[in-house]
Design a protein. Structure first.
Length: 112
């Protein structure tokens, strides 16, 4: 592994930590249940790959979730039940939903 690759990985990890901190500082609690324990910053649109690369470190592509709602709840979790989560996002954080929809699809979401 070259020193350039190592440096790029370190920079990526640093930027990801900063993004996570900024998302958690913005929301301060789980956006679903308002818990302040075991908080995680979750990417709404995936950070991997090249499709949503431009949104990888965009704070509007993140929400703060407690560990229960992040990964473990079948009721509402972006990992266990993504459709319900996106429906929840549309109903409860419409500005954020519209921002992402506009960035990804370049559409006006007021008619959705």
């Amino acid at each position: 592994m070259t020193s350039k690759v190592i440096l790029e990985r370190r920079l990526y990890k640093k930027k990801l930590k900063e993004w996570s901190r900024d998302v958690r500082n913005r929301d301060k609690k789980c956006v679903i249940c308002e818990s302040t324990k075991f908080l995680n910053a979750h990417h709404i649109l995936p950070k991997e790959g090249k499709i949503f690369h431009d949104l990888r470190f965009d704070i509007n592509n993140g929400v703060t979730l407690c560990s229960r709602h992040h990964k473990y709840s079948y009721e509402i979790s972006p990992h266990k039940n993504p459709f319900v989560f996106i429906t929840w996002l549309h109903a409860n954080r419409l500005d954020q939903f519209n921002y992402l929809a506009t960035k990804v699809f370049n559409i006006n979401t007021n008619s959705i």
